[in-house]
Each structure stands twice: as C-alpha cells, then as structure tokens.
Design a protein around this ligand. Sequence first.
Ligand code: SAM
Length: 292
Amino acid sequence: MRVLQIPSLRVSVTGRCNLRCVYCHGEGAQEVRSSRRLSPQEIERIVRVGMGFGVRKVKLTGGEPLLRRDIAELVRRLSALPLAGVSLTTNGVLLAELAEELSEAGLARVNVSLDTLDERLYRRLTGGELRRVLAGVEAAKNAGLRVELNTVLMRGLNEGEVWGILEFASQHGCSVQLIELVRGSSGEFYRRHHMSLEGVEAELRRKGEVLRRRRSPHDRPVYLVRGVRVSLCSSVRSTAGCSGVRCSGLRLTADGCLRSFSYSDSGRVEVPGDEEGIRRAFELALARLRRR
Ligand code: SAM
C-alpha cells in the first residue's frame, strides 16, 4: 500500500458564529461536544506534531474564527512554523477591524465567504450586513493579504451572480472559489437549491483559459477568466489537494479532537495535551482514515 499522508489540517478554532447562514453545514459548530477549548499554544503543539505526519498547510476555520480574541496570537505562532501556508476562512464581518493585525501576525491569505453582492439576498442568506463584508475585503487587500472569495452556488438564489462576483473579484484583485452546496441542516433547502457546477464549469472553459485540468474526480480544476483565478470545489472532492501519494485531510475540532474532512464521518479521536499523546492521536486518526 502507498503511504497515507496528511498534507493539510483544517483547524476549527471555535464553534461559535456571528451569522446564521440558512445553508450552513455547521462545520465546526456541530462537532463541539465538550467545553474544552484549545489555546493557541495547544494548537501550535498539535500542528508541530502533525508536521511529522506530513502536515504542510493549515487552514483556520470555525464557526467564525475572527470571534476569537486571540486569533492573531494563534496566527503568529503558526506562521513561525516551517509550513507551506497558513490561511483562514472567515465570513468577513470582523475583517475590517482585524485585517492589519492578522497581516502583521504573518497571515498571507484569507478566504472570505461571499455568496451574493445583493444586500437583501445577503441578509436573507446570512442574517448579516453585506457592507461589512465588502469593507473587510477592502481592508484585507489594503493590508496586503491575498483574498479568495468563497461562493456557494445555489439554484434559484445566486446562480445568476457568477459573472458579477467575477467582476467584483477582478476589480479588487481577488481569486474565487465556486463551491457546490452540500447537504446542511435542512434537507429541504438542499433539495430546492442544490445545483451541479458542471454548467458553470463549461461556461468558464468557454470564456477562460484552463490553468489546471481535472485529471481525477479528486482534482480541483482552475480557470483564468477575465484575469481572475477561479477554482471549483465539488462535494465529491472533499479530500482534494494532493497527487502521487494516497492522502487525505484531517480536521482538528475546537474542543480538541481529530476527525476526517468528511462532514458525515463521526469517528473522532480525542487529542491529549502532551506530545507523545498527540502523536498517538495522529496515528489513531490515520489508522481510521486508512480503514475508510
Ligand atoms: N465562518 C467562516 C465562513 O463563513 O467562512 C468559516 C466557517 S464556514 C462553515 C466555511 C465555508 O463553508 C464557508 O465558505 C461557507 O460558505 C462554506 N459552507 C457552509 N455551508 C455550506 C454548504 N452547505 N455547502 C457548501 N459550503 C458551505
């Protein structure tokens, strides 16, 4: 059997969120089962041990990661490690206030969730105010961060906004990740609004240049359209991001457990505080991934 590696670790730093997105799959929130909350020091220790198992990229997520007051300290600690990248996914609501501090702490890249440029639709989908997110994107660019917009495409809601969002991205020097809706808390919402990304991909292919082709179902194709890098993230590709070796991604939950990327997977491995225990937890989590 080929080696199983963990190239990336998705770290959920909190289960709390300041928006109520109607489509949310609850990544980060549903998996919190205890009051334990990892400190920046503990997360750094877990990532350092994870590097021995191949971890090269870390993505901070939640809940909403910017709700943590110590988020810049965490970024500072992780940025000091010899990783290939530390990035953060945010709804952008608090980004205008924090972009400069995060950039100074060493963050180079941020993903901002932006499904629509229509204020009313934004409020309907998230309960929040669009202008705060747009201010966050601008502040992030001014602070020197690379910004990627995460857009979940939903039939009957924002499917007609792809080109408007690409235009916005082009004006603000952002890249875009178009995401296929996965089943969240409401099966009814999914049935009504799920759409395949195939039609959009065909249009991108027609109007743009292919930067990376899909060679397997696990590949994320990338296009260059009107000067904007656009990648597509379909739900079947949840373990994407690697080639040549058998690999998969792990998530660290806000209350200190390792589990697979897949939202449906319930197998959790609790991570203790000491280095030897952390190593054993990675070995166990890997063994579970191999069995899947
Ligand atoms: N609060 C942060 C944010 O809004 O980016 C981080 C957590 S959020 C759960 C992470 C990403 O998951 C966001 O880009 C969001 O759009 C995406 N997401 C949430 N629910 C989804 C769903 N049902 N299908 C596909 N993507 C979803």
